[in-house]
Design a protein around this ligand. Structure first.
Ligand SMILES: NC(=O)c1ccc[n+]([C@@H]2O[C@H](COP(=O)([O-])OP(=O)(O)OC[C@H]3O[C@@H](n4cnc5c(N)ncnc54)[C@H](O)[C@@H]3O)[C@@H](O)[C@H]2O)c1
Ligand SMILES: O=CCC[C@H](NC(=O)CCC(=O)O)C(=O)O
Length: 488
């Protein structure tokens, strides 16, 4: 398959052969060659050549093409949804919700661009103070595998609307989704060079991230890779770097009347997308005593009853497979390592089918571990920590270098006020699941989770830079000169 899209042409990569698999079956989905360093260079050059024309075409013209892309996404919803399901292992129903989020992103991004980066004019003595925004130029977009459409789309759409040109490097685990997405942009009438696609593994990513011709890089992925990129961008203050990374997210359970609702929201927080969302609850703080015991008992039963299955199975599963067998082995290993450190398994996470990414959801009590690793285990393994009092729970919740999402289930608003004041995270929820953040709000984290460049509604902010001007119709002398100036 050609796989790369550079300067308006589909091309075959000249690098290593790589492929994606359906993780639920082990069957191949996509195969193609990676972009080599010369092709990455060609993609950046194409984006540079197209940059002025795209910036000058105007906001309305760019929005027209973005809206045409949204229409095409909607028309191809089922095809794209199938590809997302096949390549990630996600249930089909969930993959369709990903495409819906991609469609909705267009109008949300247009509104955000107008509201956050629009033009402002005010009167100052003898002139007008004008605020406008300009695109950075050529930006690279890096995407993760867990939302192969929605998350890169969340950088690409606002970047293009703002007038940047883009070189997109998707996850090597989901090349087919990327290819279809870029195909729809091309069909929507995007001029050559405005959006370029370079596929490949880490080497392609390194070649792109290191390219001197970039004005910025927008990244969603793991904290490890994000930190590497941050080091790489050190010494380049003029380049914009937006990092959306992982989390080790705490969810505190307080005494609540509706334990069934608390259990349901906990499942949605920890096990949706088989735990492969950056916002998923990883650490569950449960009070010691009878209420906590009963809650854990109900949660255990509910976890055991979660339906895990193939993407298109009927009745539909809640959880599909993980992205790969390697990821499944990683989760089993993480569980073993925690047990080795002193944890007790409450519901064992097990590999369901060798040769696939299927695992069952797990619950593990890690209260006995004195030095709990501050790791993001990117899968369906929820760690339980039993606490003595509320302050103890908040202190435990903040014991992480990450700061993406955090939540409290409680009947007490006073406790929520205390929680909100003390918790350190970019997404703080009360009696609502940690996952499923809205695109109409900013999205991002603090600490090891990001670099204060929130995406979603605030993506507009990092897609352009403000230009402030003082403008007068014609030159005119002031009524009085500054001291020390004499003009004949
Ligand atoms: N905060 C968020 O918005 C958010 C959203 C989704 C996923 N995530 C995080 O993403 C992770 C899962 O995604 P992933 O495993 O695909 O992430 P990843 O970091 O492995 O990969 C992300 C992208 O970076 C590229 N890459 C990897 N190493 C690179 C290097 N050295 N130089 C340049 N590029 C490189 C990959 O090829 C891929 O395109 C989880 O940690 C999850 O929490 C965060
Ligand atoms: O895996 C990480 C993303 C999780 C997802 N967040 C969003 O969709 C944010 C909104 C946006 O980017 O438009 C979630 O919270 O489930």
């Amino acid at each position: 398959m050609p796989g790369l899209y550079i300067n308006g042409e589909w091309l075959t990569g000249q690098g290593e052969l790589f492929y994606s698999l359906n993780p639920a079956t082990g069957e191949p989905v996509w195969e193609g060659e990676a972009a080599n360093a010369e092709q990455v260079d060609a993609a950046v050059s194409a984006a540079r050549l197209a940059a002025n024309q795209w910036a000058f075409v105007g906001f309305d013209a760019r929005c027209t093409i973005a809206r045409a892309y949204a229409k095409l996404l909607d028309e191809h919803k089922e095809t794209l949804g199938r590809t997302i399901a096949e390549e990630t292992g996600k249930p089909y129903w969930e993959s369709l919700t990903e495409v819906t989020a991609m469609v909705n992103k267009i109008e949300i991004s247009i509104n955000a661009a107008i509201e956050r980066t629009g033009q402002k004019v005010s009167d100052v003595p003898g002139a007008k103070a004008v605020l406008r925004h300009k695109p950075h130029g050529v930006v690279a977009v890096f995407g993760p595998y867990n939302f192969p459409g929605h998350l890169p789309n969340g950088h690409i759409v606002p970047a293009l609307i703002a007038g940047n040109t883009v070189v997109f490097k998707p996850s090597e685990l989901t090349p087919h989704v990327a290819e279809q997405m870029v195909g729809l942009w091309a069909q929507a009438g995007l001029p050559a060079g405005v959006l370029n696609l370079v596929q490949g593994e880490k080497d392609t990513g390194i070649a792109l991230a290191n390219h001197a011709g970039l004005d910025g890089l927008f990244f969603t992925g793991s904290s490890n890779t994000g930190h590497l990129l941050h080091k790489q961008f050190a010494g380049h203050p003029g380049k914009i770097l937006a990092l959306e990374m992982g989390g080790n997210n705490p969810l505190i359970i307080d005494e609540v009347a509706d334990t069934k609702a608390a259990v349901y929201e906990t499942l949605q927080s920890a096990f949706i997308t088989s735990g492969q969302r950056c916002t998923c609850a990883r650490r569950l703080f449960v009070p010691k005593g009878a209420f906590g015991d009963q809650f854990i008992e109900q949660l255990t039963q509910a976890i055991k009853a979660i339906r895990v299955g193939e993407q298109f199975a009927e009745p539909a599963p809640f959880m599909g497979s993980l992205i790969s067998e390697r990821a499944a082995d990683g989760m089993v290993a993480a569980q073993s390592a925690l047990i080795e450190l002193g944890a007790t398994s409450l519901v064992n996470l097990v590999k369901i089918k060798p040769g696939t990414g299927f695992v069952s959801p797990g619950l593990i009590d890690v209260t006995a571990i004195t030095d709990l690793p501050d790791e993001e285990y990117f899968g369906p393994l929820l760690q339980v920590i039993r606490y003595n009092d509320f302050d103890d729970a908040i202190a435990g919740a903040n014991k992480t270098s990450f700061g993406l999402s955090a939540g409290l289930f409680s009947d007490s608003e006073t406790n929520y006020d205390t929680f909100y004041q003390h918790i350190r995270a970019g997404i703080v929820n009360f009696n609502k699941q940690l996952t499923g953040a809205s695109s109409t709000a900013p999205f991002g984290g603090v600490g090891a989770s990001g670099n204060h460049r929130a995406s979603a509604y605030y993506a507009a902010d990092y897609c352009s830079y403000p230009v402030a001007g003082l403008e007068a119709d014609k030159l005119a002398l002031p009524a009085t000169y500054s001291p020390g100036i004499t003009l004949d």
